[in-house]
Write a new protein. Sequence first.
Length: 328
Amino acid sequence: MSESNPAIHPVYAIVSADRFLRSEALSALMEQIHVQGDTISRHDGPSAELADVLDEARTFSLLGGRNIVVAGEADKFITENREALERYCKNPADSGTLIFLCKSMPKNTRLYKIIAGHGQVIVREPLNARAIVGWAADRAKRVYGKRLGRDAAQRLRDHVGDSAGAMDAEIAKLSSYVGQRKEITIDDITTLTGQLREEKSFAVIDAIVGGHAVKALSLWAQVLATDRAAPALAVGGLSYSVRRLLEARIAFGNGVSPAALSHKLFAKPDVVRRRLEGCTPDTLREMQRDLLAVDLAVKTSRTTVEIAIEKFIVKHTSRGRMPRVKAG
């Protein structure tokens, strides 16, 4: 039976602030430890009762294997039952495997040290901007059998942001979209994932550049109303739009024609000219800095995306329409 396998521990903790990464780590662990005859039960968050969790972990499966007991969203459960869980994890039953899924478990806590000593703590750090590009390429190949080049993965990250769950969802859609084709290209990403969101983001930025606060706020409200993912992706989407507008503004200043830039800015040449004449590189760089500050404030829970972007819009339209600056 599986309990005789020394590679299977009686207790695990999977720790990650990212729900998707916790789920992915749990799936990988199950592939490693689950064998025929094991049974799996799950107790999540507020519904988890200490007696039920420990009783199941102490009982052999009726099918002759182990009881694998998953305590999901377990941060509050651990806090409320810390001493009892410490006692159990010091002397865990051989009959079952208890798995905690939690957002955090500091290394200096007794429970962390006990689980590390009698079982295993699996930590999955949230992916940063650099790491998620490589992660996306690897996941596309490993899970979906598709090649996702680094440039394409970077483009996808520009559209989706740094959420592993959102990235995986887009890769799944793209894999279905390309069908039997083995590679997901930048064009595929632009067509399926990016263009509508880019157009929405550019519409907001265009209104800001034009000094139209009411229009920008209205467009922002439309984004929130029509795209459930928008709050989580808004900062990345707006930052991407500002960056592309800055690149276009610099090119325009160096003599590149509006017609040559129209595809990038999703507008006709005359609209592109108006847009680029209505901003300066310094102003766009200031917008980039402010969006970076917004991103930090949201990630540290000092504000919400919705409120932060509304303040950003008001700030950058309050000066009125920006001075027109001709190319050259």
